[in-house]
Design a protein around this ligand. Structure first.
Ligand code: PUT
Length: 285
């Protein structure tokens, strides 16, 4: 039992990223160590294998930038696939778009879903009971490999850091399947780590997505509890960078309920490419 006021940290590269918090539950699933904490500042939160995933009062910093640039830009948003996303926050933001008719979410770890529903119910909100929402507990990489060509308008990857069960979510063959799954005018997006704390993973991910999809661009924001706080999401589309400009009607439907994302924020976030990333991507091209 931890004393009240103890610290829970993610340690990376000689730096600690922590919250004053107590551990509420911890389990070892077949895939990873799952920790639920209760923090003074951001409420209840989730770590996987000791890495920060989300917290009640900080999740919007992460979920809104992953979802809305893609859902406000794809030609249609009738069919959406979310790979990962077991806390429910990504599905919740997607289902705020009335144009979504069917959302498949494929999460590898059923215990993440169970503990998130128990301790972080505000993340999934009404998504769990929405008739458009279809949860499969299974391997998202295998799902992407076996789903039919052109079966989704939007594919979102909400995985953890590239180690353990999430490692395969950053590789070429997985991205090639995601491209194959997109209908014409479709948009792909993935969380793409920190340009500071995971610099090489970030650069390699953007470069690989450019190779596979033809067009891919990172968008930069902040998730204060993540390593360095500086985070990125990368959007990709075979037929041009349509994700850069939100469609007005879709944006108007969701913007009033957003805390971080807005069309203006998005435009700035796509422009905020740090100089070293711009140089490294130019060298890699
Ligand atoms: N899906 C959450 C990303 C976590 C990064 N630490």
């Amino acid at each position: 039992q931890q004393p009240p006021g103890a610290w829970v940290d993610e340690e990376l590269g000689g730096v600690r990223y922590g919250l004053a918090a107590t551990v509420v539950e911890e389990h070892i699933s077949p895939f990873q160590r799952i920790t639920i904490i209760d923090s003074q500042t951001y409420g209840k939160g989730l770590l996987l294998d000791g890495c920060w995933m989300t917290a009640e009062r900080q999740e919007r910093h992460y979920h809104e930038p992953l979802v809305h640039p893609a859902l406000c830009a794809a030609a249609s948003i009738e069919r959406v696939l979310v790979i990962g996303g077991g806390d429910g926050g990504t599905a919740r933001e997607c289902l705020r778009h009335p144009g979504v008719a069917h959302l498949d979410m494929v999460e590898i770890d059923g215990l993440v879903v169970e503990l998130s529903r128990k301790h972080l119910p505000s993340l999934g909100g009404d998504a769990w009971s929405d008739p458009r929402f279809h949860l499969t507990v299974g391997d998202g990489i295998a799902w992407a490999a076996s789903a039919p060509d052109a079966s989704y308008d939007v594919v979102l990857v909400d995985g953890s850091d590239p180690a353990g069960p999430a490692e395969g979510l950053f590789n070429r063959s997985f991205f090639q399947h995601c491209r194959r799954l997109l209908r014409p005018g479709g948009v792909f997006a993935t969380q793409s780590e920190s340009p500071e704390a995971f610099r090489q993973v970030h650069i390699d991910t953007v470069q690989l997505l450019r190779e596979v999809f033809g067009h891919a661009d990172p968008l930069y924001g902040w998730v204060p509890m993540y390593p360095s706080g500086w985070w990125s999401w990368t959007f990709a589309c075979p037929d041009g960078p349509r994700y850069r400009e939100p469609l007005a009607e879709r944006a108007a439907a969701v913007a009033p309920g957003c805390r971080i994302w807005s069309p203006r924020w998005q435009r700035g976030a796509f422009e905020a490419v740090p100089a070293f990333v711009e140089r490294q991507l130019a060298d890699a091209a």
